[in-house]
Ligand binder design. Structure first.
Ligand code: CP
Length: 308
């Protein structure tokens, strides 16, 4: 059993191993299981990319997915997350992929179940597989991370993507700056030399410009700026994109609010790697599933795996 709960628990060599495996899968490599393994995708919060790409990754690896929808499950009768996971374990799940609105929902599960827990996003906390797919996208583009400048722009306080990416990118040798509305900025996440920079400087001097969605669902106080006001003040406008360095790229974890954090016409422009990130998500999730299930085997379960 090998959990993936946060990026901070991953060593640099584990990150590199996952990225190498993801690229191996992307290049057509395979990994097969000699015995059926079962996973369940538990999405307590909405998702398109993470949920669908885990489902594709599971099918590509030949893993059996236990159909599970929160809306038709006994969660609706009050069953807790803990009892839901213990139930899935009892009926044969080897891993569960969980997205939940509560920060660190996994603390109540860790050490109390033999199924591998893969965090698909917890509240404002962590989104490890998003960070890993972002790293793969950046590595494909620049060959590595040392000396790169990455600007993460937008709703920093409520973004699990900002937290996970700042952690991994800084440890891999990149310079990370945050930008966006100061009221959505949080001094607590200024760690490891990450600093705040005004948007015009951040856009013009970075190798990677990563925009974030405004996480309205996590705001206690309603944002009273119009979409146009936000776009002009903190968005990647057409004018700002013209100041970007040659060879620099645009990223966004999506979903995108076009003409808010990024101009509509830039979403699919030459610099954009936004849909490439989504493609990479499938292969990164294959690598994460492989890591989780390989460790199940080493943990004593009768699972025989081989890499072709
Ligand atoms: N980037 C991301 O997590 O997208 P979803 O919310 O659609 O999964």
């Amino acid at each position: 059993m090998k959990n993936l709960l946060t990026t901070t628990e991953l060593t640099i060599s584990e990150i590199n191993e996952i990225l190498e495996d993801a690229q191996y899968f992307l290049d057509g490599g395979t990994w097969s299981l000699k015995k059926n393994l079962f996973v369940a995708n538990l999405f307590f919060e909405n998702s398109t990319r993470t949920k669908c790409s885990f489902e594709v990754a599971e099918r590509r690896l030949g893993i059996d997915t236990i159909p599970f929808e929160v809306s038709t499950s006994s969660v609706q009768k009050g069953e807790t997350l803990y009892d839901t996971v213990k139930t899935l374990e009892a009926i044969g799940a080897n891993a569960v992929i969980i997205r939940h609105s509560e920060d660190r929902y996994f603390d109540e599960l860790e050490g109390k179940t033999d199924v591998a827990i893969i965090n698909a996003g917890d509240g404002c906390g962590h989104h490890p597989t998003q960070s890993l797919l972002d790293l793969l996208t950046i590595k494909q583009e620049f060959g590595g991370f040392n000396g790169l400048k990455v600007a993460i722009i937008g709703d920093i306080r409520h973004s699990r993507v900002a937290r996970s990416n700042a952690d991994t990118l800084v440890r891999l040798g990149a310079e990370v700056v945050f930008s966006g509305p100061e009221e959505w900025f949080d001094d607590e996440i200024l760690e490891n030399g990450v600093r705040f920079e005004d948007i015009d400087t951040a856009v013009a001097t970075s190798d990677v410009v990563m925009l974030l969605r405004i996480q309205h669902e996590r705001h206690e106080v309603k944002n009273d700026r119009t979409a146009e006001e936000y776009h002009q003040a903190f968005g990647l406008t057409v004018e700002r994109e013209r100041t970007m360095k040659p060879g620099s790229i645009i990223m966004h974890p999506a979903p995108i609010n076009r003409n808010v954090e990024i101009a509509d016409c830039l979403v699919e422009c030459e610099r954009s790697r936004i849909f490439k990130q989504m493609t990479n998500g499938v292969y990164v999730r294959m690598a994460v599933l492989k890591r989780a299930l390989e460790q199940s085997e080493r943990g004593g379960k009768d699972v025989n795996t081989y890499k072709e």
